[in-house]
Design a protein around this ligand. Structure first.
Ligand code: NDP
Length: 331
């Protein structure tokens, strides 16, 4: 059974006298910097000199170039996109890391696939929130926290665990619970959700839209039923709160029977493609493909994105959103 760490398992004062460098002031970086500061941790930001830099200054942080921020930090949090981590790490992080410092990742990709091999004299840890940056901040401000995965890959100092748990506490993550994991597990689960679970959900909507509209159901009714009403947001909220199956009691008996009696028609058909995606992830086939894609200037990625955004369902959804008066911000 995986261990789960809470506030009472972490001692914040371990961070006393340490400076935490937030490298990258984007989605996660801004939320981390603000939560740490509000928890009384000494934080600086390292960024390229551009609009993110200006934002960090406006938010009241001391901002430096990346290598200088690393040099000034005892704990370095790598919060730049995974695709650029290898290059930035080599030139602007590794040569400037303090001996006995700690490097923290918010996602395991670079370490899991060997794109970064940290020096032997630093602690290497993972603190991967299961929440977008805005949510990490919002939950903290409301007195709650996002759950996260935690792992230590390299314990050079012998105190990597108490240090990373203290950081998790300062970020608010131990308020919810921080699950002991590994760089391998976190990365593979994250990629599996992206490459198996989400494609099945998206394909379901695409196929449903195609079949229903081609059989004469109105675009407005189909999209409202499937997406635009926001009903599914509420269903998934109840899935989180009550459980995948237990939330069924909130639906009519017709709905419950319809769902339960038809699941079997689909479930076995998704087994094979799901396992195939997992094997591509675990064997490194996907990561090699993705690195190659980056080297080729995102040629296929750009084409796929362009095709996806120009689908009829996107145009129809946008039209419908304009015609319906739904307060999406309140959902
Ligand atoms: P962002 O895309 O928001 O990062 C933007 C920041 O990275 C900016 O400060 C930007 O600086 C900097 N940056 C981008 N390119 C470069 C570069 N070539 N050199 C130097 N700095 C660069 O990242 P996220 O916050 O989304 O992700 C950060 C980490 O957190 C990743 O490992 C990600 O997997 C992980 N994570 C993200 C989650 C999310 O919700 N987004 C959830 C959980 C984990 P500038 O543009 O000013 O150059």
């Amino acid at each position: 059974m995986a261990r789960i760490f809470y506030d009472e398992d972490a001692v914040l004062s371990i961070l006393d006298g340490s400076t935490v460098g937030i490298i990258g002031y984007g989605n996660q970086g801004r939320a981390w910097a603000m939560n740490l500061r509000d928890s009384g941790v000494q934080v600086i930001v390292g960024n390229v000199r551009d609009s993110y830099w200006d934002r960090a200054v406006a938010d009241g942080f001391h901002v430096y170039g990346i290598s200088e921020a690393v040099e000034r930090s005892d704990i370095v949090c790598i919060l730049i996109p995974d695709e650029v981590q290898k290059t930035v790490y080599r030139s602007q992080v590794e040569p400037y890391m303090k001996s006995n410092g700690m490097i923290v990742f918010a996602h395991g990709f670079s370490i899991r696939y060997g794109l970064i091999n940290p020096r032997r004299d630093v602690d290497v840890a993972l603190l991967a929130p299961r929440m977008i940056g805005v949510g990490v901040r919002k939950l903290y401000e409301s007195g709650y926290g996002a759950p996260a995965f935690v792992a230590v890959k390299q314990d050079a100092t012998g105190v990597a665990w108490p240090k990373i748990l203290a950081l998790a506490k300062a970020l608010g993550f131990t308020r919810a619970g921080v699950i002991e994991s590994s760089f391998e597990e976190e990365t593979e689960l994250d990629l599996f959700t992206e490459q198996a679970v989400m494609p099945i959900i998206i394909s379901t909507f695409l196929k449903a839209y195609e079949i229903l509209v081609s059989r004469g159901y109105s675009v407005e009714a189909v999209l409202t039923e499937l997406i635009a009403s926001g009903e599914l947001i509420e269903v998934f909220r109840q899935v989180c709160k009550l459980g995948l199956m237990s939330q069924l009691i909130l639906h009519s008996k017709t709905s419950q029977y319809g769902q339960l009696s038809r699941i079997g028609r689909y479930i076995d058909r998704i087994h094979e493609p799901m396992v195939r995606s997992l094997e591509e992830i675990a064997s490194g086939v996907f990561s090699e493909e993705w690195v190659r894609e980056q080297e080729l200037g995102y040629l296929n990625f750009r084409r796929l994105l362009e095709e996806a955004l120009s689908l009829q369902i996107e145009k129809d959804s946008e039209d419908l959103r304009r015609r319906l008066r739904i307060p999406y911000d309140m959902l």
